[in-house]
Write a protein that binds this ligand. Structure first.
Ligand SMILES: Nc1nc2c(c(=O)[nH]1)N[C@H]1C(S)=C(S)[C@@H](COP(=O)(O)O)O[C@H]1N2
Ligand SMILES: [Mo]
Length: 258
């Protein structure tokens, strides 16, 4: 029985809980603790597959105001040099809009003022970069779940892609734009926010103004800065190198768990 559920839910590829999917009968067993334990022990499954089956809402550790690092390094792009970004920056992002589209019911553009007016979450977390440094900062922003609820995901949507304003690597074919993606478990996780503030102030350009992703259970390179567009997709096949992120296309792990 558990093996059947396992295979079925793996094939669905869904990252939502049974109740969120509106499943009934046999599938409802997935919510049963004992079955969950069995699923956790499911033989031969990779960590990623188990994660898809069970879902995982554990929170990343949160710190106190006293723990905030006196200085927080900027990494990767610290000033996007494109004309469009420079234009948006020159008017304090009053003309900037976050475009949310792809596999959604109601494609929508959100101004910064609109996002700032939405209920926000603050969290003090540790950022870990693969290059070997960490820093603790406070991030405030709109839960991604709230934005996704407004636009309504289509049933085929499996991943959320974040398109950034910086072309990290200049290439003739335009394959050097920074982008990232997460699955729906992380997209609806309570600590996944579109941050507009850091340590109580508007985001600085070096840290991703006007809006960046915080997905706290993953490494630094997943924390996409300079968000311009969010796209719901079924897979990554039509995106750049097809691996779901700028660094992923260059060999990094897609799931960069801490
Ligand atoms: N758009 C964009 N997002 C990005 C990067 C980047 O170069 N461009 N660098 C990533 C990396 S490797 C890290 S460690 C963090 C750094 O965030 P910070 O500059 O706020 O410290 O942003 C991530 N998000
Ligand atoms: Mo990083």
């Amino acid at each position: 029985m558990s093996r059947l559920i396992t295979r079925r839910r793996f094939l669905i590829g869904s990252t939502l809980t049974a109740s969120a999917l509106g499943l009934s009968g046999c599938d409802a067993l997935v919510q049963n603790d004992k079955v969950q334990t069995t699923l956790k022990l499911a033989e031969g499954l990779t960590k990623r597959a188990q994660r898809l089956l069970i879902g995982d809402n554990t929170l990343a550790r949160e710190y106190t105001l006293a723990d905030i690092s006196p200085s927080f390094r900027a990494n990767g792009t610290s000033m996007p040099d494109g004309a469009q970004y420079q234009q948006l920056l020159s008017t304090q992002f009053s003309q900037w809009q976050l475009e949310v589209g792809g596999l959604v019911e109601r494609p929508t553009k959100f101004s910064l003022a609109t996002l700032k007016a939405m209920p926000a979450r603050s969290q003090i977390t540790r950022h870990d970069c693969v290059e070997g440094w960490s820093a603790i900062g406070q991030w405030t922003g709109v839960p991604l779940a709230a934005v996704l609820d407004k636009v309504g995901l289509k049933p085929e949507a499996r991943y959320i892609v974040f398109h950034c304003a910086d072309e990290y690597e200049k290439t003739l074919d335009g394959s050097g734009w920074y982008y990232e993606s997460i699955d729906l478990v992380d997209a609806f996780h309570p600590q996944t926010i579109l941050a507009h503030s850091m340590n109580g102030r508007d985001l600085e350009v070096a840290h991703g103004a006007p809006l960046r992703l915080r997905v706290e259970r993953q490494l630094g390179y997943k924390q996409a800065k300079y968000l311009m567009r969010i796209e719901a997709v079924a897979d990554f096949s039509n995106l750049y190198g097809g691996n779901g992120g700028f660094w992923e296309d260059r060999g990094y792990e897609w799931y960069a768990g801490i």
